[in-house]
Design a protein around this ligand. Structure first.
Ligand SMILES: [Zn+2]
Length: 250
């Protein structure tokens, strides 16, 4: 069994892979770009190191192909800078260099290159190398996973919104059905009570039905003291009687 993971396709990413192609020579760029666009990936082009660095940070290409000899920042320094930046650290880098000396190859590898190809290099060879790197790219796999996570996150979020609105709809119905009201015919019989101040029997006035919803309805019974001690409120749930006004109200 092949232990290597299946090659990534554009549908894993939700897009085609993107390569940043950096070479000061416009003909070389054009040759590679045309071939790669047809066979492997989309292409960003830059003709110097500074522009390449800016594009890499802005576009997060899936692979970077660069000459070692560049105006401004050379390929080695570009590579080092990309490796230092959190957001570009994992991007595979291929050097395609006219410097065929072993020391240059070594230097490219030290700078953090994943692969070094020596010019003249056929576009087909470069395309194969890019395919291999994209296949193995952790960066790309992380991006593909991020896309999947984002999609599943969006799905669960929209489900949450749906459930939430269903819940709100239900609660609205319950609250409408839950009829808060004053009544003389409450669900629970108002008890016979005596005035805590003067011991006279209290006169039942009315009840109020309230509470958060019909499952948690509450009943308050209101009484007046005939001797003028005030108005009292009896809470059915707690069975507590308290004076709410010094004189009878209403
Ligand atoms: Zn009283």
């Amino acid at each position: 069994m092949d232990p290597r993971p299946a090659p990534l396709t554009s549908s894993d990413l939700g897009r085609s892979p993107l390569a940043l192609l950096v070479d000061r020579d416009v003909d070389t760029r054009k040759m590679y770009a045309e071939y790669l666009r047809l066979s492997v990936c989309d292409i960003d082009e830059a003709d110097d190191g500074r522009e390449a660095l800016a594009m890499a940070i802005a576009h997060h290409p899936d692979v970077i192909i660069t000459e070692t000899r560049l105006p401004g920042i050379n390929g080695f320094d570009l590579c080092r800078l990309l490796r230092e930046d959190e957001s570009t650290r994992g991007i595979p880098i291929v050097f395609v260099t006219g410097d065929a000396f072993a020391t240059d190859v070594k230097r490219a590898e030290t700078a953090g290159a994943d692969s070094v190809l020596v010019k003249p290099c056929l576009p087909e060879r470069l395309a194969n190398e890019i395919r291999r790197l994209l296949h193995d790219s952790r960066h790309l796999r992380e991006q593909a996973r991020a896309v999947r996570d984002k999609i599943s996150d969006q799905m669960s979020r929209s489900e949450g919104v749906l459930n939430h609105s269903r819940g709100r709809f239900r609660r609205t119905l319950l609250n409408r059905a839950h009829n808060r009201r004053d009544t003389l015919d409450p669900p629970a019989a108002p008890p016979a009570l005596t005035c805590p101040a003067c011991d006279h029997p209290l006169t039942y006035v009315r009840s109020h039905i309230g509470g958060v919803n019909e499952h948690h309805a509450e009943q308050w019974d209101y009484y007046d003291c005939g001797a003028g001690c005030g108005t009292f409120q009896y809470r059915q749930r707690t069975r507590k009687l308290r004076r709410i006004a010094d004189r009878p109200v209403d």
